[in-house]
Design a protein around this ligand. Structure first.
Ligand code: CA
Length: 258
């Protein structure tokens, strides 16, 4: 055990009441440049081992033993990574993964679970997890995967675009209408992203074309319109009004006029 494991100021317990802040835990200089992780795990013995080990690696680790605690911690604190067990006393960790993604938060999520079936892994990744590690695991593999996830700066920093009830995460390349995930093809995604980055202004067909198709594209002349029609059809999933406005003879706009 290194010195870090015995320092109470390095590992900070989750504070469900929101009564203390990380700064209040002491040693501000060290904490400010640490990576802060949230460990959601109801097995106290395992949580203790993981916390101590990660603290030795220099991470600040908050611990939540159930979904309620985890939701509170995520609402109170910005984390660099969340490690989430699936079998929790008050529900399934996958629900937490979905909530994190649907809220537009960019925190990477690693699922840590005894469920090792392929369908479990697929379900975890589909729910928005960035990685999946099955128990029992070797600690060096856990820390290597954590380092890999923390190296993805785009995911951590890219802001989610939001216009009305349409949200688009450029880093994870996911789109939601309200709470419903909307799968788009890469071209559809690029078109919608461009429109959302210029929300409130009319973007011409030729501008959209230039930004989404390569110069040597030799296909349909109405390719932009065809893709816009597909995006509209997919965004209609919730039955809410069409967020895209056609400006005749000019192009398209999303959002109220700027
Ligand atoms: Ca568990």
């Amino acid at each position: 055990m290194g010195a870090a494991a015995t320092r109470p100021d390095v590992t900070v317990t989750s504070t469900p009441e929101g009564t203390s802040t990380p700064e209040g835990a002491g040693d501000i200089g060290r904490i400010s440049d640490e990576m802060r992780l949230l460990l959601v795990e109801d097995d106290e013995a395992l949580a203790g081992v993981v916390r101590r080990g990660l603290a030795e690696e220099g991470y600040a680790v908050d611990h939540a033993a159930d979904l309620v605690d985890a939701r509170h911690a995520l609402a109170e604190q910005t984390y660099d990574l969340a490690i989430v067990d699936l079998g929790l006393p008050d529900g399934d960790g996958l629900a937490l993964c979905r909530e994190v993604r649907e809220s537009g938060r960019t925190v990477p999520v690693m699922v840590l679970t005894a469920r090792d079936g392929l369908s479990d892994k697929v379900a975890g990744l589909d729910a928005g997890a960035d990685d999946y590690l099955t128990k029992p695991f070797d600690f060096p593999e856990l820390t290597a995967r954590i380092r890999a996830l923390l190296r993805r700066p785009a995911r951590v920093h890219a802001p989610v675009l939001e216009v009305d009830d349409v949200r688009l995460d450029p880093a994870s390349r996911r789109v939601w209408r309200g709470a419903v995930a909307v799968p788009l093809t890469p071209r559809e995604f690029a078109l919608l992203e461009y429109l959302m980055r210029h929300a409130g202004t009319v973007v011409s067909r030729s501008e959209l074309y230039d930004h989404v198709w390569s110069a040597d594209y030799d296909g349909l002349s109405n390719v932009v319109d065809v893709h816009i029609a597909n995006i509209r059809r997919k965004l209609a999933v919730t039955g809410a009004d069409d967020p895209l406005v056609t400006v005749r003879g000019v192009g398209y706009r999303i959002g109220d006029p700027a």
